[in-house]
Ligand binder design. Structure first.
Ligand code: GUN
Length: 303
């Protein structure tokens, strides 16, 4: 940090370096063991944001040298049909990772589908067995977005032991697993949420502040301790009349302009946490493939 201007953590470059390491490891697996890691992505319905994610996942999986299997099902697909596909993918030895894109249509019970994925192929880390393994310090597959945040924090701080970390938001996808990962690295962890009292004062104590609430620019400069590392997981689309009528732009949960004058380091939106998520999905798929075949795992790509 120099004179009240935070270092910008370049998630795009960091993610590219992870993808390159994954690609190198995949090339070695193919050459030395004839093994091609495979990722299956299942999309039910036509949610536009999910379409974009799924397309990007497919493209980056192929670029890393892995096999990409895409399954697109209509919005009125029955839960039974979806569970039958999951069972097929569980049994397919070419598939090392399975991701069912969320949100699912309202008539499908999310827990039933996520719970049907084999924990060893659950590259999202959402299966209760993986959630429990993470919480109890056992070998697990862990959710991609918090894994990406952890990698950026370790890169910035080295050891996180003893640091005060505050996670804003308690979702199953980000907030809760982020807290578990930070705890496993011996940070002192507080999770705050919509019912928390004195939320600003608690955030202001944080050496590490992770924002994952989905409220545009909620976290202002007053919430941040000078020199803190701020990780912004939020991706919110807001009106941008300055760009022209009807235009929008992406902002995080953090007021970037204000907070970057106080923080020591901060992730931008876009270009911060976002690109790390798919890179970590590829890393998880590689990890799952190595474990399935009893081969050594790549260093530094798992939690
Ligand atoms: N939808 C938004 N983020 C995610 C994610 O990380 N995994 C899955 N499966 N669906 C999502």
């Amino acid at each position: 940090m120099t004179d009240g201007v935070a270092d910008i953590i370049d998630g795009k470059a960091f993610a590219a370096s992870i993808r390159a390491r994954v690609g190198e490891h995949v090339a070695r697996l193919k050459a030395e063991h004839g093994l091609t890691p495979g990722l299956a992505v299942v999309l039910v319905g036509d949610n536009p944001a999910s379409e974009v994610y799924v397309r990007n996942k497919g493209k980056q999986t192929a670029e890393a040298g892995m096999a990409s299997f895409e399954h697109r099902l209509p919005a009125d697909t029955s839960q039974e049909t979806l569970l039958a596909l999951v069972a097929e993918l569980n049994a397919d030895p070419a598939v090392h990772g399975i991701l069912v894109q969320l949100p699912l249509p309202a008539h499908i019970e999310e827990g039933a589908v996520l719970g049907a994925i084999l924990p060893e192929k659950d590259v999202d880390g959402f299966h209760p067995v993986n959630v429990g393994r993470l919480a109890t310090g056992q070998t697990a597959l862990v959710p991609c977005t918090p894994l990406g945040c952890l990698m950026m924090l370790r890169d910035r701080h080295g050891a996180l032991s003893g640091l005060d970390a505050v996670v804003v938001g308690r979702s199953n996808i980000v907030g809760k697993p982020m807290a578990q990962l930070l705890l496993r690295d011996s940070a002192t962890v507080t999770v705050v949420h919509s019912r928390t009292r004195e939320i600003e004062a608690i955030c202001r104590r944080a050496d590490i502040l992770v924002a994952a609430v989905g409220r545009p620019q909620m976290i202002g400069a007053d919430w941040v301790k000078p020199g803190a590392t701020v990780i912004d997981v939020g991706i919110n689309r807001v009106d941008a009349p300055e760009k022209g009528p009807g235009k929008t732009r992406l902002v995080g949960d953090v007021d970037f302009a204000a907070v970057s004058r106080v923080a020591g380091a901060i992730t931008p939106v876009p270009g911060g946490v976002g690109p790390m998520t798919i890179a970590c999905l590829l890393a998880n798929t590689l990890t799952a493939a190595c474990r399935a075949e009893g081969l050594p795992e790549p260093e530094g790509l798992a939690a």
